[in-house]
Design a protein around this ligand. Structure first.
Ligand SMILES: [Zn+2]
Length: 292
């Protein structure tokens, strides 16, 4: 039809082109103007390995310096307050930094950097590893000899991180169990045990939870909701405040190969969440390498 000549034949083509282009500025406007939050998920920093989830300290510092100028970096508690206030269109986007698993470098590398840039972060702990001082042994760490597996934080270090005011402590089950494959009984035990241990060792009623591997199930979601006010899952979205569901917060994983420039590009190109999700799973793909 496009090749034929004559007024009547060209008209539909022109209409199609106009409607296609008309959609573009609308998408840009809604993305630009609607304030929201991006939640970043980190694992290790300065652990000295070449793994994707172990960022060199210099790269992380460069990212922090960029993020604090571009966003208002807030704690998870502040995010809940901000969500209730429903910030007006045009206000600055919020960003939350989160760390999973409680690697020893949180104390030696990450705390000094958060201090330097004066930004808060959340830290999700699988309590059995801290309690028993078990080197991290799930996922690909299983392949390593025990001596080469990453060390977890000690409770004394966690207490110092907590006292510094830079970290909000969250739960990450007791044994880092994959909740999608667990029975309700196991889920209940894992959540209850880690919650009780965090209270006992830190004197803290923890409000925040992260699903191991970024995934849950309808049953897990029900148990988690009884214990925690927020829960994070794997995702690749900026969340508009109007769509914020604290029990289902998608987090964007950050990998070493993102570097600095691709990291910036990825953040600015993140799609916004368009609807709430009904269960503990995300529609996007996820992998062991993206989430541990
Ligand atoms: Zn984890």
């Amino acid at each position: 039809m496009a090749r034929s000549s004559g007024v009547t034949a060209r008209r539909p083509l022109r209409r199609r082109q106009i409607s296609r282009w008309a959609r573009v500025p609308l998408q840009l406007l809604t993305r630009e103007r609607r304030p929201g939050v991006t939640i970043l998920m980190y694992h290790r920093v300065g652990g000295g390995t070449s793994r994707q989830l172990d960022l060199p300290a210099e790269l992380f510092a460069r990212q922090l310096d960029y993020l604090r100028r571009r966003y208002r970096i807030v704690s998870l508690d502040d995010l809940l307050d901000a969500a209730r206030e429903q910030p007006a269109n045009g206000t600055r986007d919020l960003l939350v930094l989160t760390f999973d698993d409680g690697y020893a470098e949180m104390y030696s590398v990450v705390l000094p950097l958060l201090r330097r840039f004066n930004v808060p972060a959340a830290l999700y702990l699988p309590t059995a590893y801290i309690e028993e001082q078990r080197p991290i042994d799930w996922g690909r760490y299983q392949e390593l000899p025990a001596a080469l597996r990453p060390r977890p934080l000690t409770w004394a270090q966690v207490r110092e991180l907590q006292a510094s005011g830079f970290f909000t402590i969250g739960a990450h089950t007791h044994t880092h169990l994959n909740l999608t494959a667990a029975t309700l009984e196991e889920i209940e035990r894992e959540i209850r045990q880690s919650n009780a241990l965090l209270l006992e060792r830190l004197g803290l009623r923890v409000r925040h939870f992260a699903y191991p591997y970024g995934r849950g199930s309808a049953g897990a979601r029900e148990v988690v909701a009884r214990f925690y006010e927020t829960a994070t899952v794997q995702g690749f979205l900026k969340i508009a405040f109007a769509r914020l569901d604290p029990t289902h917060l998608p987090r964007v994983p950050v990998s070493t190969s993102d570097g600095f420039w691709f990291f910036r590009l990825r953040l600015s190109a993140l799609p916004s969440r368009s609807r709430r999700h009904g269960n503990g799973n995300m529609p996007t793909g996820s992998s062991e390498e993206d989430h541990e």
